[in-house]
Design a binder for this molecule. Structure first.
Ligand code: F6P
Length: 341
């Protein structure tokens, strides 16, 4: 078979490990041929490809980002987009696609599958918010980067008797905030799943100061202050209808400073969480996803996504995987609350 590979949506550490595993097993075990599509769905839309053989995947296992490039292109939002993709795939002699992405990229894959395109999906996102898989690769790396930042912020916050508010990514799911906050010993963790009361956050901060330690507040970019709702960067939506998040950290630090009379600073980790080399966990998960994705394509098991269940890699339908977001359950947040204040 001649198989196209693409990576779409926000990049994350581990994408190259998937590409390498798909190509290495696909060529060595099955004798398939590969074509790399550039920048997610933009590649098949505009016929932009790059060679993808054993030579091209040498040395990429530890590299962050994606050698194929990425974008948030949505072919269903472009007039004639889907017809162009199917015509281009036929023109290039592509028998199947392996799409590596999050809810948006895989949502497109699922709809294309319904229209007869041969596609297998691989889940990726630092947000860990895809249903049907216990973990997505990229998440562990992002959490470790945020944890290390929190460790460092504890010592400087204490030297200056300040509150430090750490804003982390995750969009509308609080997984990065929950895990990095727990691992880093944050005094308050605020998630999108539970609108927070500012007075209660200030109480936790004051209590922490009373013990002569400085408070670290971890806030997810999508966290909701009960009194004013979500804070966004600008009102603009991307091709999938998502609003750009960011700004809650600075807002919260200013409110805490006003209420406590003590200096408060915000640190926004931003894309640092997505860049650089993947952790061992993410390299192994991404590699296993790649190996199982090429098996699924070889067996022509179309419309499936590979997923982690416990320690096993299984196949689930793309439609099921993209049906709803996986958010933090109430009980998981309650575990973290024991350490607040
Ligand atoms: O989905 C991954 C993610 O990093 C989110 O956590 C974040 O809200 C978004 O992407 C940022 O997107 P961009 O890189 O397009 O600003």
């Amino acid at each position: 078979m001649r198989i196209g590979v693409l990576t779409g949506g926000g990049d994350c550490p581990g994408l190259n490990a998937v590409i390498r595993a798909v190509v290495r097993k696909g060529v060595a075990t099955y004798g398939h041929e590969f074509v790399g599509f550039r920048d997610g769905w933009r590649g098949p839309l505009q016929n932009e490809t790059r060679p993808l053989g054993i030579a091209e995947v040498r040395g990429i296992l530890p590299r962050g980002g994606t050698i194929l490039g990425s974008s948030r292109t949505n072919p269903f939002k472009i007039e004639g987009g889907v017809e162009t993709i199917t015509a281009n795939l036929a023109g290039l002699g592509i028998d199947a696609l392996i799409a590596i992405g999050g809810e948006d990229t895989l949502g497109v894959a699922s709809r294309l599958h319904d229209l007869g395109v041969h596609v297998v999906g691989v889940p990726k996102t630092i947000d860990n918010d895809l249903g049907a898989t216990d973990y997505t690769f990229g998440f562990d790396t992002a959490v470790n980067i945020a944890m290390e930042a929190i460790d460092r912020l504890h010592t400087t916050a204490e030297s200056h008797h300040r509150t430090v508010v750490v804003e982390v990514m995750g969009r509308h799911a609080g997984w990065i905030a929950l895990h990095s906050g727990l691992a880093g010993g944050a005094n308050v963790i605020l998630l999108p799943e539970r609108p927070f009361d500012l007075d209660q956050v200030v109480d936790h901060v004051e209590r922490r100061f009373k013990t002569n330690y400085s408070p670290i507040v971890v806030v997810a970019e999508g966290a909701l202050p009960a009194e004013r709702g979500m804070i966004t960067k600008d009102g603009e939506l991307d091709a999938f209808g998502h609003v750009k998040l960011g700004g809650i950290g600075n807002w919260l630090a200013a409110e805490i400073e006003k209420a406590t009379g003590k200096e408060s600073r915000a640190v926004v980790l931003g894309h640092i969480q997505r860049g650089g080399t993947p952790t061992a966990f993410d390299r192994v998960l991404a590699t296993r996803f790649g190996l199982h994705a090429i098996d699924a394509a070889h067996e022509q098991d179309w419309g499936k996504m590979v997923a982690l269940r416990g320690t096993d890699i299984v196949r689930v339908s793309l439609a099921e995987a993209t049906r709803e977001l996986k958010t933090v359950p109430v009980e998981r947040y309650a575990e973290a609350e024991v350490f607040f204040g």
